[in-house]
Design a protein around this ligand. Structure first.
Ligand code: ZN
Length: 127
């Protein structure tokens, strides 16, 4: 179920809410009860800090439970959230994709590391 961000004018704060779908009616504010909150589309680009993201992840029981079980899908979700909705490099998307399917792409990660360090050691420092 997707999570959407909503903004309450009364409380001057955003909140996340699980919604059945994109066109589901806006929830009421849990703080003041104001109905029909406005959905925030760019929650991450308006100064949402990593700490906020972290806390919202920790408040997501299903996700934290998955992380504790070492469920790759939970980690994929974590990655997505920590990246702040930004598009990740293709190689990471592939990795996240695999984790979504419940696989640990350890071999790919090792491969990427080797490629990177190989490139670095190949550089000449003298000028
Ligand atoms: Zn409110």
């Amino acid at each position: 179920m997707p999570i959407y961000e909503y903004w309450c004018d009364n409380c001057r704060r955003t909140m996340s809410s699980y919604q059945q779908g994109f066109h589901a009616p806006a929830p009421a504010c849990p703080g003041c009860g104001k109905a029909g909150l406005s959905r925030v589309f760019s929650a991450f680009s308006v100064g949402r800090t990593h700490r906020d993201v972290y806390e919202s992840i920790l408040s997501d029981r299903q996700l934290t439970r998955g992380m504790m079980r070492n469920d790759p899908r939970a980690l994929a979700e974590w990655n997505r959230r920590m990246s702040g909705g930004e598009k990740s490099p293709p190689e990471y998307e592939e990795i996240t994709d695999r984790m979504d399917k419940g696989e640990w792409p350890a071999t790919q990660i090792e491969q990427k590391k080797r490629e990177k360090s190989g490139r670095r050691s190949g550089e000449s420092k003298s000028s």
